[in-house]
Design a protein. Sequence first.
Length: 65
Amino acid sequence: MSQKNAKLSRRNFLLSVGAGGVAGAAAIVGGKQALQGSSTEGDKRKSRGYQETAHVNNYYRTAKV
């Protein structure tokens, strides 16, 4: 009987690990979608594009080899 219980406990463990992995993946995907939909400031930042400012010019000047 203990061998049968051992097989069942392994199956339950593997089942719970698999279900936990699926639930974790769903939570990650759901979190990313919620962050993308609620950010209005991020959309404004993306539309500004590249801007060459004084500190960028300073970096380029100091990075020359």
